[in-house]
Design a protein around this ligand. Structure first.
Ligand code: GRF
Length: 224
């Protein structure tokens, strides 16, 4: 008899397209994945991902940041209420474009993760791909990390390396990295929810014998 893992009720926060959200929802449909997506929460009603999640029958509360007139603390309290009302005990940021207050972040410490389209700590913040191309780096990638008050600075759970190719445009590089994001986010979330790893102070500690296996090859075969 196979035992099914306990599923943790999980909220996914989005602001736009929601392709990472879709990858996580699809992975969590598998009974073996330890996340149960209970809500997809957006800060804007017209995020494309909201329509997709709604069609899938998911709860899609909207906490519209425009109604809070720059009062971040009040916005974050409303967000926190929406998350808790959906029953979520774990938060996945997936292209959520609002800065969160230290109070909110601290209250979800060790239970909130984000994905960023660069190999952190390089290229934090916005316009990542344009800055990668301008810098002439040959390898970029993506990073899954616990969320801490400082933006894009949380302890790293998983990374995947992606080559920057001759003649790349921002959108070509973004697409290549996005494909890697979709591959690493679901297993990275699974690693946290199954307690293979956890946030311990300022670092991610893995259980003995466990580590993140990147599914993306680091070296092109024609170079080796
Ligand atoms: C992704 O590149 C993610 O790394 C970044 O924002 C983008 C969101 O894309 N944080 P999507 O909404 O998941 O398609």
């Amino acid at each position: 008899m196979t035992t099914r893992p306990h599923k943790t009720p999980t909220a996914i926060l989005i602001s736009g397209r929601g392709s990472n959200m879709q990858a996580v929802v699809a992975a969590a449909d598998d009974p073996a994945h330890p996340a149960q997506v209970v809500s997809v929460i957006s800060n804007t009603p017209d995020a494309a991902g909201v329509a997709w999640a709604h069609e899938r029958g998911l709860e899609t509360p909207v906490v519209d940041h425009r109604e809070f007139r720059g009062d971040r603390a009040r916005f974050d309290r409303a967000l926190d209420t929406a998350i808790r009302e959906s029953g979520a005990e774990f938060v996945v940021l997936a292209g959520f474009m609002r800065l969160l207050t230290p109070e909110f972040v601290t209250s979800w410490s060790g239970r909130m993760v984000n994905i960023h389209p660069s190999l952190l700590p390089a290229f934090k913040g916005l316009d990542t791909h344009a800055r990668c191309l301008a810098a002439g780096i040959r390898i970029s990638g993506c990073t899954v990390h616990f969320v801490v008050p400082e933006m894009d600075a949380g302890p790293i759970i998983a990374q995947a390396a992606v080559p920057v190719l001759q003649g790349d445009t921002e959108s070509a590089l973004a697409d290549r990295i996005l494909a890697a994001e979709h591959q690493i986010y679901p297993p990275a979330i699974a690693a946290v929810l199954s307690s293979d790893c956890a946030l311990d102070g300022k670092e991610v500690v893995w259980k003995k014998g466990r580590s993140f296996q990147t599914p993306v090859p680091m070296f092109s075969p024609h170079i080796l």
